[in-house]
Design a protein around this ligand. Structure first.
Ligand code: ADP
Ligand code: MG
Length: 365
């Protein structure tokens, strides 16, 4: 129901000494009508700042916010048709659960019967129907957070729902259930949903598009598959995936990619286009453990094996201070064993000064 566009939006807060410091560097970003987006990044990277700029709680120090093409930068939050759910529950303790949920509708003078219908629908969705008459102050923190969530969802005149880490205080089992429901609700109502989280699993399961942020910058916007397969930056490879992408320093000489003087694959990449600082990245899913001295494999010594039931994570040191993790079905390797690592050529990625190198097919030795 609404397309949101940020045009050169940036924000700096003042330091204690009065000098400005960017929390969000100027950026352009568009959120399509009806899309489901996650803003993902570590604490302090600017997620809440971006969300508050969209909702209107914060006026950016530069740039414009457009909703369906209309510049709303100077328009207050209350007039933006946006619902926002905060990280910590905001409830009226003396009101009942019912009245807490009804509050945004009463503020808009909705008729009683319609309020009743909406409140019951949302209460059922969030499993709050049995406690509708209880005063909110008597509830547990996660029940309170459900009320906050319900208040964000209860209005049907909103085009955009912004959620700032709303499931932080909710127990893992219920979290799983709620994520599904949120996805259903936003699909059914066609809301544009922007969901902030520092949890990659949450971002990847909920969103069609994930916006990865680091230190006030958007480092990549992509589907969960894009972020897994083609991280635009080593930061994304590191932040997404469990365990993280492996990174090793490498050089390309005569069409050979070499790590620690050992050839691991061939590439047609144009070496003159590469920066000085070249890194090979490969996900643990695409590393195989083979016999030592296998052609094109990287020699190393097993440092650790973690058996996680369905698979094992084997850590192999390929040089002093350079571990490579392999995610394998079985781990028939003894501690300290000398092994070879085969890096699947299709899944080797090269990064020049941290940025993904595109083009230049990579093949086996
Ligand atoms: P996130 O939501 O990703 O954790 P925030 O957007 O809250 O990050 O904060 C981004 C940066 O801006 C942080 O360094 C934070 O300390 C700083 N910051 C946030 N709010 C304020 C404020 N009101 N005044 C000064 N600095 C702030
Ligand atoms: Mg935050």
């Amino acid at each position: 129901m609404a397309r949101i566009e940020l045009k050169h939006v940036g924000h700096a807060y003042n330091r204690i000494d009065g000098t400005p410091r960017y929390a969000l560097y100027p950026l352009d970003l568009a959120w399509e009508d009806g899309g489901t987006y996650a803003l993902l990044g570590p604490s302090g990277c600017g997620k809440t700042t971006m969300l508050n700029i969209v909702s209107g709680l914060l006026t950016p120090s530069q740039g414009q916010v457009l909703i369906d093409g209309r510049d709303v930068t100077g328009i207050p939050a209350a007039r933006r048709n946006i619902a926002q759910v905060f990280q910590f529950p905001v409830v009226y303790p003396s009101k009942s659960v019912y009245e807490n949920l009804a509050f945004p509708l009463r503020c808009r003078n909705m008729p009683g019967r319609e309020i009743d219908r909406r409140v019951n629908e949302i209460a059922e969705l969030l499993n709050l129907d049995a406690i509708l008459q209880r005063p909110a102050r008597k509830l547990t923190p996660d029940a309170k957070q459900l009320i906050s969530l319900g208040r964000g969802l209860v209005r049907d005149d909103v085009a955009v729902i912004l959620m700032d880490e709303p499931l932080t205080v909710i127990d893992p089992q219920l979290k799983f259930h709620l994520r599904r429901k949120l996805k259903d609700i936003s699909a059914r109502h066609g809301h544009t949903l922007v969901y902030v989280t520092h949890d990659q699993n949450e971002a990847m399961t909920l969103a069609e598009q994930v916006i990865v942020m680091d230190n006030g910058h958007v480092v990549q916007v992509g589907t969960p598959q894009d972020l897994f397969e083609n991280p635009a930056h080593t930061h994304v490879g590191y932040f997404i995936g469990s365990p993280s992408m492996n990174f090793l320093p490498c050089v390309v000489v005569d069409g050979e990619i070499r790590c620690f003087d050992q050839p691991v694959a061939r590439t047609k990449v144009r070496t003159d286009a590469l920066g000085a600082n070249l890194t090979l990245g490969i996900r643990p899913e695409f590393v195989d453990i083979v016999a030592p001295d296998g052609a094109g494999s990287l020699a190393g010594r097993v440092a650790d094996t973690q058996d996680l039931g369905a698979f094992s994570i084997v850590t192999v040191m390929v040089a002093e201070g350079w571990p490579v993790r392999a995610k394998v079905r079985h781990a028939p390797v003894a501690p300290n064993a000398e092994v070879g690592l085969r890096l699947s050529p299709d899944w080797i990625r090269l990064f020049a000064d941290g940025a993904l190198v595109s083009g230049g097919a990579i093949s086996a030795m």
